[in-house]
Design a protein around this ligand. Structure first.
Ligand code: AMP
Ligand code: GLY
Length: 431
């Protein structure tokens, strides 16, 4: 490791953090890379540290002892809890938004108000609390089915209900307002249903109007093939997304990215980090479904392998407020990832099964660990719902998918499940 390198502390333990850790570790500017808490595979890129991303005081002690130059928040929880502001008072840069900026993800009502204020296209909506439940029912009556009800606060990806029947939607509204998702649903956003294909667009911004657009991706959220069954954290992802052509991306930049970056500045919201735009293509026009204040998972497992340029340089520049001189490009190859999950996920599932086949990665493939752990004997075992993401790079999406699936076949663990149709909906669109 280089003596002059920058010491980085990356927070999180999923496939996204594996992909970030790999990319950070490839930089010549990277000194010591620590991942807290990391997983059974991140030790390949740096040193795992048994600390919780939410234990700020313990992280601060670690940052002091290890001369950390930059903290990178992988997931939203520490950001929403205010890690940026906490370390700002200590003079340590954190890649990510301030607590106020993290409300773009932490409060759907805040995000909707932000979009309205800055003219960013999104579904028509209104917000309600227990005191205005009856108005909420009237608002539902004014909409066409299906009805979209969203808990205002973080709800581990489960806080959005889409319901066909009006009476059931009213019932769901009342249940949400009386605590279905705890405090998160004390306010409920009801919005118009938008019909179209979704995609995820990512930006790294420096808080001063500078930004870089990263490769777009599409993820597959449902457990079952053909997008059926329960929602998961994400079963696979593909980049590029065929319908996100130059014309679509021009609209995304003009109508969504720039107004967001400028809106944050106009509102005096400090935001130096990744912005994740969850978009839907409504007849060729992009609209915002949601903001997240971090990278996506499993999107990062296809985005980071396509990013060319130095992520440590870019992260340090963004965190210090000036991306102007930072080159970031895109590998023209396609990337796909297929997530192998524990049998039973997203319901309950057993853990601790030995995983075999990881020792050799097929050409142009990467196994990103997610829910894995290392035993004292050195075995890699399952320790979460989403276990390993098999990423592959190839000239086209269909070739990358063939490689990802071959890489999936080389891995074994009891109960292994994966979707066989990742990316299939995009293949007919591929040029
Ligand atoms: P969110 O947590 O806001 O991303 O919502 C979860 C999922 O619900 C999204 O990825 C969409 O598939 C769906 N969804 C959310 N809002 C809408 C909407 N207004 N119209 C159609 N689908 C939606
Ligand atoms: N893959 C969607 C997310 O990270 O929220």
């Amino acid at each position: 490791m280089s003596i002059k390198g920058k010491n980085i502390l990356l927070l999180g333990s999923g496939g996204r953090e594996s992909a970030l850790a790999r990319k950070l570790s490839q930089s010549e500017l990277c000194g010591n890379l620590f991942i807290a808490p990391g997983n059974g595979g991140t030790g390949r890129y740096g040193t795992n540290v048994a600390l919780s991303p939410l234990d700020f005081d313990a992280l601060a002690a670690f940052v002091d002892e290890n001369n950390i130059d930059l903290v990178v928040a992988g997931n939203e929880d520490p950001l929403v809890a205010g890690i940026y502001d906490y370390f700002a008072t200590r003079g340590v840069p954190v890649l990510g938004p301030s607590k106020e900026g993290a409300r773009l993800e932490g409060s759907k009502d805040f995000a909707k108000q932000f979009m309205m204020r800055h003219g960013i296209p999104t579904a028509r909506y209104s917000s309600f609390t227990a005191g205005t439940a009856e108005e909420g029912c009237r608002f539902l009556e004014s909409l066409k089915p299906p009805y979209v009800l969203k808990a205002d606060g973080l709800a581990a990806g489960k806080g959005v209900l889409i319901i066909d029947n009006l009476d059931e939607a009213k019932e769901a509204l009342r249940s949400m307002l009386s605590g279905m998702f705890g405090k998160s649903s004390a306010t409920v956003v009801i919005e118009e249903f938008l019909s179209g294909i979704e995609c995820s667009v990512f930006v790294l911004t420096d808080g001063n109007g500078g930004y870089r657009i990263l490769p777009e991706a599409k993820d597959y959220k449902r457990i079952g093939e053909g997008d059926t069954g329960l929602n998961t954290g994400g079963m696979g992802a593909v980049s590029p997304v065929a319908f996100a052509d130059a014309e679509f991306m021009r609209k995304v930049e003009e109508r969504i990215i720039r107004p967001t970056v400028d809106g944050l500045r106009a509102d005096n919201i400090l935001y130096r980090g990744f912005i994740f735009f969850g978009l839907i293509n409504v007849g060729g026009d992009p609209m915002v479904i949601e903001y997240n204040v971090r990278m996506g998972d499993p999107e990062t497992e296809v985005v980071m392998p396509r990013v060319t340029g130095d992520l440590v340089q870019a992260a340090l520049a963004a965190a210090s407020g000036d991306l102007a001189d930072v080159p970031m490009g895109v590998d023209p190859r396609a990337a796909t990832t297929v997530m192998m999950v524990s049998g039973g996920y997203p319901g309950s599932y057993p853990k601790g099964f030995k995983i075999t086949g990881l020792s050799s990665e097929p050409d142009d493939c990467i196994y990103f660990h997610a829910g894995t752990a290392l035993t004292p004997e050195g075995d890699v075992v399952t320790s979460g719902g989403r276990v390993i993401a098999a990423t592959a790079l190839a000239p086209t999406v269909s070739e990358a998918l063939a490689k990802s699936y071959a890489a999936v076949d080389a891995i074994s663990f009891e109960g292994k499940y994966f979707r066989r149709d990742i990316g299939r909906d995009l293949l007919s669109l591929e040029k």
